[in-house]
Design a protein around this ligand. Sequence first.
Ligand code: FES
Length: 143
Amino acid sequence: MKVFEWRGKPVWILKRTPEMMASLALTENQVADPQSLHPFTMDIPDYCKNQTRSRVEHKEILVTVGICSHLGCSPSPKFQSGAQPSLPDDWHGGFLCPCHGSTFDLAARVFKNKPAPTNLDVPRHMYLSDTKILIGKDEKGEA
Ligand code: FES
């Protein structure tokens, strides 16, 4: 995972392994908004209203704003699966907000019954090449 600053906000770019991608089917029923129908601070691009929340040409890459939708703390990566403090025993990897315990899966979808009301933001983005991503803009325009 790499962290960049975009418009004063941290943007995470996470390249997910096949195991991480497979975990999204396992968390599908545990997250509050599996298809990302409810936006946080910005419209969700149509290409991210799906289980992986990523563009079809690089499904393994997640681009998300690392700001919790509860009160704005920055969640911490918790990529190791299995039981550990503050996480459920069947943890498949994701993110934990240190402020009030909201948890997010590896597509930054919030788990049910947590203080955070929505998934993390996914900004518009597009691939200029296989190794270059433009954040804040896509074929439909600028965010
Ligand atoms: S700010 Fe993240 S759970 Fe409250």
